[in-house]
Design a protein around this ligand. Sequence first.
Ligand code: AMP
Length: 418
Amino acid sequence: MAYLTTAPRGTKDILPSESGRWQYLESTLLRTAARYGFREIRIPTFEHTELFSRSVGDTTDVVQKEMYTFTDKGDRSVTLRPEGTAGVARAALEHGLLGDALPLKVSYNITCFRYEKPGSGRYREFHQFGVELYGAASPAADSEILALAYHCLKEVGLGSVVLEINSLGCRECRKRYTQALIQYFDRYRGQLCGTCLERLEKNPLRVLDCKNPEDQRIAAGAPSILDYLCDNCQEHFREVQARLTEAGIPYRVEPTIVRGLDYYTRTVFEMVHTSPNGERVVCGGGGRYGGLIEELGGNPTEGIGFAMGLERLLATMTAEGCGFPPEEPCQVYLASMGESAGVRAFRLASLLRERGISAQCDLMGRSLKAQMKYANKLKARYVVVIGEDELQKGEGLLKSMDTGETTPVRLDEGIQIP
Ligand code: AMP
């Protein structure tokens, strides 16, 4: 029976008391991105499995271990999206958006699914806000994405965020760097975890991303990608930094950032908040990707974007005491005694709602006393009591619940609520 009253592990209900915060966060992020020209795209919750194994990279943890993959009734393998970039790229290709005026700028608010061990802010279904910018290879595009990432967090009240940036270089830089990494890690074969030994064969960069403390200690001494960048990649990275400095956007270069997915090239970054007790909170991250659109069958097209985890962002905002807009309270409660008064209350409530005023009336057949108690619970700003006398006169008293003050109010189309 517990299955009927307990949500699946790693999922979470967003209750009516919390949803206002979510609406505020999501709309603020979308609005901020819109100022930079990003328009929202909505993509399906599931895609063909191949889309993710092709784009996210089949050596990543996400694809190897965490995907919610199943065979549908038509015998097709489909996967609940573990992230947004692949689906957005697929949609951009499918609808010819990359043939229109470039750059293409899109934003999204989505749920993502990863079969992870739940706990400490990790869920199996979670929410991401993200953006993608296609068609611009310039450092200017990187700077704009970084500026937007910073701006989004500032807009919701996290003003002390720092962008940690790195460059993974182009294919050529990566090739030389990968060789250097293999040489370095080879000496520690006896000490690396089993997964990292496998990574060393398939994708040595991933070893830098291992969460195992012993592996992390070894990785700390590994060569830095920044020493392997070609002239062009160095110049690109330098220009991104010059623009950030010019615009006053706080950043620091962090050569260990490689990001979890395979498709990144050149600029990668994380948005890092440091809590008062010194804890490093990563609110999200992103980067540039070169081969993704090509991998999906399109013409070579540069992309850059980021995604932030909204569960973590909300928790950080709450811990930091960021303000949230108050919920819209009930403006007026129309209490009634008797059936005719109840019908009038309903009519007046409808009228007020049409005028944009939030109004409620009794649906429970409660006594007047119980209705007043309920109006209090709703934190209604005003209450009108409608009984036989009021019906006859077509007028009642509007009581301010704040001051207790009463003023006459008409109980027909002429009703006016402050
Ligand atoms: P990623 O797509 O792995 O780069 O993740 C982007 C952001 O999504 C991270 O910074 C996290 O805040 C968030 N995120 C990733 N996985 C989870 C998860 N299992 N539960 C909650 N948030 C997550």
